[in-house]
Design a protein. Sequence first.
Length: 112
Amino acid sequence: METTRSAPGEAAGALVALGFAGAAAVLFAVGDAVGFTSERAEAVFTASWVLAVLCLACAVVVAALSVVQLVVRWAGSQRPGLLEALVLVIATGLIGAVALLHPLWGTGSGAA
């Protein structure tokens, strides 16, 4: 009978994706809290927004690679662990929530 336990390093990609997505959420929240009422606040806002977008992009790439790894392992003789799949689902949900709450285009464009 095949085992469905994850080896210690198998969930690393999913955990990294979750970490990047969490960092993006925090950085977007910092930018929202600071706002852009002064030049200094605008500099902090811009820096946090750029870093948040970078973290979100890294989270998407790492999550996509983790999904590919999970599918390859599932199609092969190994069965992926439940913890790895669960963390990957949580990371994907957080990526979606961050992207939904902070759209990268279409906000503040002045279009009626």
